[in-house]
Design a binder for this molecule. Structure first.
Ligand SMILES: Cc1cc2nc3c(=O)[nH]c(=O)nc-3n(C[C@H](O)[C@H](O)[C@H](O)COP(=O)(O)OP(=O)(O)OC[C@H]3O[C@@H](n4cnc5c(N)ncnc54)[C@H](O)[C@@H]3O)c2cc1C
Length: 380
């Protein structure tokens, strides 16, 4: 196979984590940065609620945190039916955080990629990781599949920003630890006019899981039903009739969002809480969902991805200029940061699920309120 170009840093995955890392590396003066992008299939995207800290992280990347100019809509907070039948509003402004954003997620990701390319990152697309091997004294040789063709790139440092599959880290020996079996079943729907959904997200707990809905800048709404994969199969929630029946059994959601009367296209997404057991290796680092995949209840995936990207870039810059001991310390600091993020997240996740006690005898809630009743698995 022909020897490909040599770059300083190769990033696998061009979602928010990968694009932000490419941008930050170029801004810091790293000369040859390559970003491998495998465009997402389909038009239905999840992950459209950006919390207020996303704007602050974008500003740290030298970008405007005011996303209205790009067509995204202010997101003022969440209406929750959780722990009781009455909806409770939690507005960001009242907590002094400013507003977040309801994103056109595909446009947001594309914008971040364009910012990275304008700053000088080289985008390799459409391409996906096909293999990786160490090269004596030069870092890593990475094989990329581009249609029928396989090309290679040699890189001093690799970043895994490939999302929940952690495609690179698992090839390098890390394992993905999955802590539950949460799946999101997403559909496009329509907000009921004047129902109060625009500018807010809705979360409604039900005996078999919970629902999430948000109005999108396009005028439509995304609706997702979260439950565990076995419960979804058992209750036929992934079939149109089962999904409609479950929607019908909600109290607030069905007043705020209408499902399309015609065919219902239900798209499943893994939403399990998970992490990789190795955040850093010699010459590689894991960021974003590849590092820790959060329960969508936290709405913190995008902020986490941007923040990981900034922290990992700081570490890589330190590797470039420091002696061995300082490089090891930088890696240790990155690992400690990941461990403390995971600990804090797991404790908040449990306390949030414990706030819902109405269906403590039902498997979905039992698994979360009594974690040992849940399941954990590893892959990779
Ligand atoms: C149902 C659901 C709802 C969510 N809601 C929210 C929300 O409201 N707010 C929020 O902040 N977060 C939310 N999230 C989480 C958020 O979407 C993620 O945290 C965020 O996208 C992580 O960014 P990332 O760049 O790490 O990964 P991703 O966005 O997943 O990007 C990874 C990229 O890598 C590519 N890739 C994968 N494998 C390869 C390969 N082998 N080769 C090359 N490229 C590859 C993928 O195609 C993708 O483009 C939600 C998640 C789910 C599942």
């Amino acid at each position: 196979m022909a020897e490909g170009p040599q770059v300083d840093v190769l990033i696998v995955g061009a979602g928010p984590a990968g694009a932000a890392a490419a941008l930050a590396l170029r801004q810091a003066g790293v000369k040859r940065v390559a970003l491998v992008s495998r465009p997402a299939g389909g038009t239905l995207r999840v992950g459209e609620s950006a919390t207020p800290d996303v704007s602050r992280l974008l500003e740290r990347l030298g970008l405007s945190g005011d996303l209205a100019a790009l067509g995204h809509q202010p997101h003022h907070g969440t209406l929750s039916v959780w722990g009781g039948a009455e909806p409770v509003a939690d507005d960001f402004l009242r907590r002094g955080f400013g507003s977040g954003w309801h994103l056109d997620r595909a446009a947001f990701d594309e914008w971040l990629r364009r910012c990275a390319v304008s700053a000088g990152a080289h985008l390799i697309t459409p391409a996906s990781l096909a293999g990786v091997e160490p090269v004596e004294g030069r870092g890593w040789r990475v094989s990329l599949r581009q249609g029928q063709r396989v090309s290679t790139v040699t890189a001093s440092v690799l970043m895994d920003a490939s999302g929940r599959k952690a495609a690179l880290a698992t090839r390098l020996g890390a394992h993905c630890r999955r802590l539950d079996r949460l799946v999101a079943l997403a559909v496009m729907a329509d907000p009921v006019p004047q129902s109060g959904l625009v500018g807010r997200s809705l979360v409604e707990a039900v005996p078999g899981g919970w629902w999430y809905a948000a109005a999108l800048p396009s005028g439509r709404a995304i609706v997702t039903l979260m439950s565990d994969d076995d419960l979804i199969r058992e209750n036929h929630l992934n079939e149109a009739s089962g999904y409609r029946q479950a929607w019908q059994e909600t109290t607030i959601l069905r007043e705020m969002v209408k499902l399309p009367a015609a065919s219902l296209v239900i798209k499943p997404f893994s939403a399990a809480s998970q992490y990789v057991d190795q955040a850093v290796g010699v010459g590689w680092v894991v960021i974003g969902d590849a590092l820790i995949g959060f329960d969508p209840l936290s709405s913190s995936g995008i902020a986490g991805a941007l923040s990981d990207a900034l922290a990992a870039v700081d570490m890589i810059l330190c590797w470039g200029r420091a002696d061995g001991a300082a490089s090891v310390q930088a890696a240790r600091t990155y690992v400690q940061r990941a461990e403390s993020t995971l600990r804090r997240y797991l404790s908040e996740r449990q306390s949030h699920y414990c706030n819902e006690q109405r269906w403590i005898d039902r498997p979905f809630w039992q698994r979360r309120v009594v974690p040992s009743a849940g399941s954990s698995s590893s892959s990779g």
